[in-house]
Design a protein around this ligand. Structure first.
Ligand SMILES: Nc1ncnc2c1ncn2[C@@H]1O[C@H](COP(=O)(O)OP(=O)(O)OP(=O)(O)O)[C@@H](O)[C@H]1O
Length: 250
């Protein structure tokens, strides 16, 4: 049987007296789209950063494709993992095309097919020659996703990648991400504060609180009431909003 895409095995991480991640064991199967949801400070980013070795675990082990992430060189690991942050950090002095192509170029790999990558994230090919400052926030996030996919990564990690976008752009980009996930056969982990986004995009929703996993359910099961109090409190927010909106209909 093929190893899972990611496995955190009894992982811990402390910062002084703060226990950011408190003994997490979690397996992400290849092809899954997992949303990691929870209040600010619950440990989501720390858990995600362990996957590409931005943060080493204080205890436990993180495996990608069955291999301990600590065992090989970090650059080789990171080439297999696309990572998208809220503040995407495009290189301001490089064009969009140069930004997208930087990963394969630095690795000495064949050049990225920038046109195809722009097509994938639904940006016009003409933006290839623009500078990042000439793009909207949503366009910049699309470039960030294209750059993350450029080395041919099959594992995509997104940390509040849509956090700074207006709701319409955010919704469109979320849908595009889900379509890309399906088209390219990706394994995707999306950290988000937004339970509605998690329920609409993911195949599985993992809820964190105080460094621990408190629920791990499908969207359907969560909507049917599973997952316990912390999860249901989060599900209750979009549900109550939908009910209040429905009441406004004359
Ligand atoms: N580099 C660091 N130094 C000290 N404390 C840290 C560091 N990184 C994270 N923490 C602490 O660890 C805890 C978990 O943080 P983390 O960023 O993983 O949470 P999060 O769920 O991703 O939060 P948010 O949704 O606000 O991004 C928090 O209490 C945070 O203050």
């Amino acid at each position: 049987m093929a190893p899972p895409a990611i496995r955190w095995d009894r992982v811990e991480r402390r910062y002084g007296t703060v226990v950011a991640v408190d003994g997490v064991t979690l397996t992400i199967d290849t092809g899954a789209f997992v949303a990691l949801v929870g209040a600010s400070g619950s440990g989501k980013s720390t858990l995600l950063r362990m996957v590409n070795r931005l943060v080493p675990p204080g205890a436990g082990q993180v495996l990608v494709g069955g291999a301990d992430v600590a065992s090989g060189p970090a650059p080789a690991l990171r080439r297999r993992i696309g990572y998208v942050f809220q503040h995407i950090g495009l290189f301001p002095h490089m064009t969009v095309a140069q930004n997208i192509a930087i990963g394969p170029k630095l690795a000495g790999d064949p050049p990225a097919d920038v046109g195809r990558l722009l097509d994938l994230v639904e940006l016009p090919r003409a933006v290839a020659t623009r500078m990042p400052a000439e793009l909207s926030g949503g366009q910049r996030q699309r470039v960030g996703i294209a750059r993350a996919l450029a080395p041919g990564a099959k594992l995509l990690l997104l940390d509040e990648a849509f956090g700074a976008l207006d709701p319409v752009t955010r919704d469109a980009l979320g849908r595009r991400l889900r379509a890309l996930h399906d088209e390219l056969g990706l394994t995707t982990v999306l950290v988000t504060h937004d339970m509605a986004e998690a329920l609409l995009l993911a195949t599985r929703v993992v809820v964190m609180a105080a460094g621990r996993i408190v629920a791990d359910e499908t969207p359907g099961a969560l909507l049917a009431g599973a997952g316990g109090d912390a999860a249901q409190a989060l599900v209750g927010v979009p549900r109550a909003q939908a009910a209040r909106l429905a009441e406004l209909v004359p």
